[in-house]
Ligand binder design. Structure first.
Ligand SMILES: *[C@@H]1O[C@H](CO)[C@@H](O)[C@H](O)[C@H]1NC(C)=O
Ligand SMILES: *[C@@H]1O[C@H](CO)[C@@H](O)[C@H](O)[C@H]1NC(C)=O
Length: 351
């Protein structure tokens, strides 16, 4: 029996949930990290990597056919990305040197980051945006789009906060970018990439158990997008006790996997049929229901090497590392004059 067996049936329920789409940029300048570029920038639409730039290749690279098409059809956008990346490479690598001096740090590893982006809800048109700076893995300062002011979680950022709060034109530019330009870009990318970004794939769902006394794991793999839920039900009621929900993890092929464990140590065999595992992909109406049944559990004959969880680690490792570096922190810095270029109607990297 090569393939895991599973039982499922589909039920319809009446609501379609709205879907938020996002465009995010992560800029990372680093010093002293071996075998890692001093500066790299990535762009993601709905968490899919679409743009890449690093200080070694110094070239805006589209990472998907459709994100390449966006650039082909809008050379000004390509030029803008390239200019911004060149500029911010110098700006942010220099910033590390300034911060090191200010904070009396020596030549160890330092990382300076900027993350910004927006979300757009395709049902109700709601928009949101964020800008955060970080230094050495800690938040430094973040933008409050509602009040157009800056939030400083650390005392050393308070001076910067006040300076930035007073720079109304810069804050207005951020607002314009986050609430107008960025959502427009999201829509453009969605339009070009819809066959990939808006696809839905239902997973295969299996019940797995390492040993007869282990919890039963309900394992769903191969779904897309990553907005999904999985849970156990008893007599039609969602269970919260004796369950352990795993994280959504990426597979090699761009799909996702997720599992939820159920500890059955105090459940009698006769009661097993009262339990079922439910998987629900948020963008579709269907639920995949798997009844708890000893006969369909892939059991203790599974050598550890075959037990799912392994598949995730390999291919996406690089990207995960990249994102880990990007996401780990948000920043610190003293604002300097960044010389706004009036020629552009907006700038990706304001300051
Ligand atoms: C950095 O070192 C100098 C001289 O040792 C000292 O005067 C200054 O207060 C230090 N600054 C910080 C931020 O620790
Ligand atoms: C399952 O639950 C029992 C008691 O309810 C507990 O003793 C046992 O440690 C649990 N097993 C796991 C793997 O959590």
């Amino acid at each position: 029996m090569k393939k895991m067996e599973f039982v499922f049936l589909l039920i319809f329920f009446p609501v379609t949930l709205s879907v938020k789409h996002s465009l995010k940029f992560f800029l990372t300048a680093s010093s002293g990290v071996k075998n890692f570029p001093d500066y790299l920038a990535v762009g993601l639409v709905d968490e899919v990597l679409i743009l890449y730039w690093d200080s070694i290749r110094r070239k805006t690279e589209a990472k998907e056919d459709w994100s390449q098409k966006v650039l082909d059809n809008d050379p000004q956008l390509l030029e803008l990305y390239t200019q911004e990346c060149l500029l911010s490479q110098y700006k942010y690598t220099a910033k590390i040197e300034i911060l090191k001096k200010q904070l009396n740090q020596t030549g160890d590893v330092h990382i300076f980051q900027l993350m910004f982006g927006c979300e757009w809800d395709d049902e109700n048109g709601e928009k949101n945006g964020f800008v955060q700076y970080g230094y050495d893995g800690e938040d430094f300062i973040a933008f409050d789009l509602k009040t157009l002011t800056w939030i400083a979680p650390k005392p050393e950022a308070v001076i910067t906060k006040h300076k930035r709060d007073r720079d109304r034109p810069n804050n207005e530019r951020w607002k314009y970018f986050l609430t107008e330009h960025c959502p427009t870009l999201v829509k453009t990318y969605l339009d070009y990439g819809k066959s990939s970004l808006l696809r839905t794939e239902l997973p295969s769902v299996s019940l797995l158990q390492k040993t007869p006394s282990s919890p039963v794991s309900c394992f769903a793999t191969g779904f897309y997008p990553d907005r999904a839920e999985i849970f156990w039900r008893k007599d039609g009621e969602e269970l919260h006790e004796n369950v352990e929900l795993g994280e959504i993890l990426p597979n090699h092929d761009g799909s996702f996997q997720m599992s939820v464990d159920l500890n059955l140590s105090s459940v009698t065999p006769e009661d097993w049929r009262r339990y079922e595992c439910v998987f629900h992909l948020s963008v579709v109406k269907d639920e995949i229901i798997t009844k708890l049944d000893k006969a369909v559990i892939k059991s203790n004959c599974v050598p550890p090497s075959e037990f799912p969880a392994g598949p995730v680690i390999g291919g996406v490792g690089g990207l995960l590392l990249l994102l880990a570096v990007c996401i780990t922190g948000v920043f610190i810095w003293r604002r300097r004059n960044n010389g706004f270029k009036p020629a552009n109607c907006f700038r990706l990297i304001i300051h």
